[in-house]
Design a protein around this ligand. Structure first.
Ligand code: OOG
Ligand code: NI
Length: 268
């Protein structure tokens, strides 16, 4: 486990931008267009399988040991996922959204591939400092990747990319000047970036106290055991939070919007 929150997020960010070059470009673009000196992260997201060796709770330990607390719980029945989000008392630290695939709801073929991947992982590797950005710990064939992809894009993404942040999220509220999410989306589109349009470019809004948008994932090469494929890697998200009737800024997630954000790693 890392000694500081900043060390952990630096490791996650360095790994993320290596396979998501558009994030570096967008980070720079938004600094220029919004006169921001720093970009604050609203949250990051991690994915896993619900097996005891690697489940949501195993990943969460890295954050709980740094003072994070479990907050909201979310269920995505069609995608066969559970999720929780974690917050730190210091709300300038990024929130963390962790989901897990309910493997037992998958076909026998998919379950077999996932089991063989997890069997290749050394015990206790999940406790290593850098585990959350350590990628894959298994060999998997391009055929197995395609078998997973036909049933669960999430399972296929995990097989290809493993343990790492699948996105970082720019906090629109923390930009130097006031901007709406729509304005940020226009800046991104004008610069040629492709937004996720599933459920509309803007997911949620003031009525649910959270508006979100995201790019479609970059494409990168993955070496499978038999051959290399160019497939979706990671994406960048943008979140604008609104004040609750209590006067506090909403800190949770919105399941209906998250359901669409997951699709940012789809091939098209
Ligand atoms: C997480 C998708 C949900 C959000 O902000 O609602 C999410 C994922 O793609 O793993 O990040
Ligand atoms: Ni997100």
């Amino acid at each position: 486990m890392h000694a500081t929150i900043d060390d952990l997020f630096t490791g996650l960010w360095q790994d993320y931008i290596r396979i998501t070059p558009s994030a570096t470009a967008i980070h720079q673009l938004l600094k220029e267009k919004t006169s921001a000196t720093t970009i604050v992260n609203d949250h990051i997201a991690l994915r896993t399988f619900n097996h005891a060796k690697v489940n949501l709770a195993v990943l969460a330990k890295h954050f709980l040991s740094l003072g994070y607390e479990a907050k909201g719980e979310y269920d995505f029945s069609a995608k066969k996922l559970n999720a929780k989000h974690f917050e730190h008392a210091d709300l300038t630290k990024p929130k963390v959204f962790i989901s897990e695939l309910k493997s037992e709801e998958m076909s026998a073929a998919t379950q077999g591939i996932i089991s063989s991947m997890l069997a290749q992982m050394p015990d206790n590797i999940t406790e290593a400092d850098d585990f959350l950005y350590s990628g894959t710990h298994w060999q998997v064939s391009s055929e197995d990747y395609k078998t997973l992809l036909a049933e669960s894009e999430y399972a296929a993404w995990m097989a290809a990319w493993g343990y790492r942040a699948n996105h970082f999220t720019v906090s629109i509220n923390h930009l130097a000047k006031k901007h709406t999410l729509e304005e940020i989306n226009d800046i991104l589109k004008s610069a040629g970036f492709t937004l996720n349009t599933s459920g509309g470019e803007v997911k949620g809004g003031k009525d649910v106290c959270l508006a979100q948008s995201s790019t479609m994932a970059d494409k990168a090469t993955v070496e499978f055991s038999d051959k290399a494929l160019v497939i979706p890697s990671c994406f960048y998200e943008f979140a604008e939070r609104f004040i609750l009737p209590t006067g506090e800024l909403y800190q949770g997630f919105v399941a209906a919007s998250a359901d669409k954000i997951f699709e940012s790693t789809n091939a098209s």
